[in-house]
Design a protein around this ligand. Sequence first.
Ligand SMILES: CC(C)(COP(=O)(O)OP(=O)(O)OC[C@H]1O[C@@H](n2cnc3c(N)ncnc32)[C@H](O)[C@@H]1OP(=O)(O)O)[C@@H](O)C(=O)NCCC(=O)NCCS
Length: 322
Amino acid sequence: MLQIKRYTAKNIDDSIQLLHDLYLEQLEHYPLFLSFTLAKEQLKIRLENLSKHSKYGYALYDDDLFIGFIIGHVIPSLWGKYDGFFSPLHGNAIKQKYRKRGYQYLYQHISDELVSNNILSHAITLYTNDDVSMNTWFHLGFGLRLIDSIKPIDLTSQSTLPNNFQIQRVTQENFKDILPLHKNLRFYFEKAPLFMPQSEEDEAKEIKDFINQENQYMYALCQQGKAVALMKLKELGENYLTQDKNAIHICGLYVDEHLQGQGIASAFLYEIETIFHQKGYTLLGVDFESFNVKGANFWHKYFTPYTYTLTRRIDENILKRN
Ligand SMILES: CC(C)(COP(=O)(O)OP(=O)(O)OC[C@H]1O[C@@H](n2cnc3c(N)ncnc32)[C@H](O)[C@@H]1OP(=O)(O)O)[C@@H](O)C(=O)NCCC(=O)NCCS
């Protein structure tokens, strides 16, 4: 019989085993994938942190057998005034044969506790090809928001960059050249159909802070000396598998609106792959909003999705009833 208990540090080793089984299930879908072995040490640290700091986590048992878990952290004011709960890729897994019933059972319990504490936006990351889980959460009222995608750095095609374009690394000396593009990228995220309010942080400071960090990069694509596109990359992505040191992750891309639709981003991507191939990287990752029409189409053309983050927002009027 299914039963749940509070998630504790005693569940961590069994959770890692379940996460590994799930990873192996998914591996067959990707010709080249991020390494579990390289991420394992970090995975343990992340689960220890979650179990230590999060109030919201349950372990699932069939009699005495540990068969699954869900744990996540609270994000203040997530997509609105109320707090949110996010269970990352390492924050949930269920043995295959229990998956549908298990997630239903866990969500019924954890959502009760979350809503009682005014936590109204809920999010969970799942592997794209884990159809049973995806379907179960879809039926629980969740929809797609974020996508993690990956591609091997294979350089099988040819450079298509026109002659009058050059790539330049953005530095503390020349960062002012890309300020207008950076601003436009932020502005773009506030428009339909994204509607994502951007922080009011000082633009120049944000760029300087970003490029100051070790293993973070920003490149500008210049046409006759004028910056017309920018790309931001960092070594560590958001989920635990992106601890893989062979991978580099894109975390921003913008092409001047007047030049969009002419193959500029595609050519830029190829040049960036060449640069990081020379640095010894073999994988390129990216995460993006599924409802960013231009961006999502671009990433889907070259990358393969491996996780979906699904979300549900609860009607805040329910709080008046409790
Ligand atoms: C996404 C973006 C970088 C693409 O730049 P681009 O130079 O126009 O891209 P390309 O010309 O190389 O197009 C490659 C693919 O992108 C997609 N794409 C480009 N423009 C698009 C548009 N207006 N609408 C929908 N898809 C589009 C298409 O899939 C296209 O392939 P196709 O030509 O075979 O249809 C650019 O539109 C942009 O800066 N958008 C705003 C910021 C953004 O979304 N950044 C990415 C997320 S951080």
